[in-house]
Design a protein around this ligand. Structure first.
Ligand SMILES: N[C@@H](CCC(=O)N[C@@H](CS)C(=O)NCC(=O)O)C(=O)O
Length: 204
């Protein structure tokens, strides 16, 4: 398997899952700031020009965080990244969808790239304020979900890897203070050896 990632991007969650699985894989860095994602070589591989992108053993490409995470968990059951029952699997999809489609794409995208949402310079402030509201609502919901457990689904799973990348952005990129249950969850994940290895490899 070969993961295309960008240091500190949402792909860090998939990088962590590969490291948790513990089988050999390749990891290739894409420099988003330099526009590597739009160069012909990467576009030919992934026309969406996005990371994470995972090339599987059969040569096929998988994109979109929830799909990659779900496939990795299901195809590597020994890693115990997702329990086998339908309720846990549905809850994992629910959490990953909220992280990726709402907290990331609607919230953090407004905070990190307000120009993509603001028709003009005068609108940037309002766009950022809306981004903060969306992220805060997401963090609040996940904080509540973690009130009585260490991980979203009880044991560490693909859902936690998704939640981790937005926690990481909040704390390390934007200096936010996480609500208490979320802060404890973030520290718990940071303490996992696989996570330490990935952060080191990505230069974070
Ligand atoms: N819906 C996709 C979003 C992927 C995405 O937006 N990735 C960002 C990095 S966090 C990216 O590749 N951005 C490149 C760009 O915007 O040009 C997923 O969940 O995998």
């Amino acid at each position: 398997m070969k993961l295309f990632y960008a240091p500190g991007a949402c792909s860090v969650g998939i990088h962590i899952l590969l490291e948790e699985i513990g089988e050999p894989y390749e990891a290739a860095a894409i420099n988003l700031r330099e526009g590597d994602q739009f160069r012909p070589a990467f576009r030919a591989l992934n026309p969406k020009s996005k990371v994470p992108a995972l090339v599987r053993e059969d040569g096929s490409l998988l994109t979109e965080f929830p799909a990659i995470a779900f496939w990795l968990a299901r195809s590597h059951p020994a890693a115990k990244l997702l329990a086998d029952d339908i309720e846990t699997q549905t809850r994992a999809l629910e959490a990953m969808e909220y992280v990726t489609a709402t907290v990331h794409m609607q919230g953090f995208s407004r905070l990190l790239h307000p120009e993509r949402f603001a028709p003009g310079e005068a609108d940037v402030e309002r766009v950022v304020a809306r981004g903060r509201e969306i992220v805060a609502a997401g963090f609040q919901a996940f904080d509540q979900a973690l009130a009585d457990k260490e991980y979203l689904l009880g044991a560490f799973s693909i859902a936690d890897a998704a939640l981790f990348f937005v926690e990481f952005w909040g704390v390390r990129r934007l200096g936010m203070t996480l609500p208490s249950n979320l802060a404890a969850h973030f520290d718990r994940i940071l303490a996992r050896p696989a996570v330490g290895r990935v952060l080191q490899r990505e230069g974070l």
